[in-house]
Write a protein of this length. Structure first.
Length: 301
């Protein structure tokens, strides 16, 4: 059984290849071809340990992830994980790889795929609210899908925003209000327990992405979900009960949301006007981890 280091895992996740692998996985999910049961989790006093498994036929990959989510971590990542790949024919273990790296990159890459599908072609300003690992990877992956002339980085700690902005080309640190009001594409990557982004701040036609998770609410005001076309990974997960689902989607009609796989296959329509708000709400599904794992396995092919 092969063990892939963090460096080996990261080197396999070339951005465009990762987007293409995710696209195949999402199409399989929406077509009912992939096997992706909702995740389960064991609660600990300061966080949780989740288990996520998937089989994605178009990529011929069978994988499982164990992921811990401890939002109060300061020196360690809030999300830490291992991903294991198995032979789809025999079930034999094939590899163990860095799931922390996979989780970080596949989450941001899925946001990038959603932006590629839904953001206006003339989008010029990418704003990122958040200053941690997901903020960096959203700058890397989402920053590729449009010709952004400027990247705005915002957070409750301006010093952290400045530190991150110094690493990102054409970026500068600003207030949250400025980042939100100027955005054409807005990515929220926070652990906020109450909204930090409000409907009255957002320009018509903005594409929004939310990857934050809170048991009690979310980082975006519910009015944004009322007004926007909502895109998701899979109804079975997004509208499920925690730890699988998104609290922001509770009580909403699943049929009104579009899956990324449906947009990719043409089964459902995306943006219909320049002024329409679109909002991708991520919960993370195991098919994304399997898609990333397929690239890591491909290094040995």
């Amino acid at each position: 059984m092969k063990i892939y280091s963090t460096q080996e895992t990261a080197q396999a996740l070339e951005p465009e290849a990762l987007l293409q692998a995710l696209a195949k996985a999402f199409v399989d999910v929406s077509a009912g071809k992939a096997s992706v049961p909702p995740r389960i989790a064991a609660a600990a006093p300061e966080g949780l340990l989740g288990a996520m498994v998937a089989y994605v036929p178009s990529l011929n990959v069978l994988a499982a992830k164990m992921v811990s989510v401890f939002p109060h971590n300061q020196t360690l990542p809030t999300h830490q994980a291992v991903v294991m790949a198995f032979d789809p024919k025999t079930g034999a273990p094939l590899a163990v790889m860095d799931g922390t790296e996979i989780t970080a990159q596949r989450t941001a890459a899925a946001s990038a795929l959603a932006a590629r599908l839904l953001a206006r072609e003339d989008s010029e300003v990418l704003s990122i609210v958040g200053t941690s690992v997901q903020a960096w990877w959203h700058a890397v992956h989402v920053g590729r899908v449009r010709k952004f002339r400027e990247v705005l980085i915002a957070g409750r700690d301006l010093a952290k925003a400045r530190t991150l902005a110094a690493r990102v080309p054409n970026a500068r640190a600003v207030s949250i209000d400025e980042a939100v009001s100027k955005a054409d594409v807005l990515c929220a990557t926070t652990h906020a327990q109450t909204p930090v982004i409000f409907a009255g701040q957002v320009k018509p036609g903005t594409h929004l992405s939310s990857v934050g998770f809170s048991k009690d609410g979310g980082e975006m005001e519910s009015k944004l979900f009322d007004a926007a076309l909502i895109a998701i990974e899979a109804r079975s997960s997004s509208f499920g009960k925690p730890p699988a689902g998104a609290p922001e989607l509770a009580g909403r009609d699943p049929a009104q949301a579009v899956e990324l796989g449906e947009l990719l296959s043409g089964a459902r329509q995306g943006r219909t006007s320049a002024d329409q708000l679109t909002l991708y709400k991520s919960v993370g599904i195991a098919a994304e981890d399997a898609a990333a794992a397929s690239l890591v396995l491909g290094r040995s092919a």
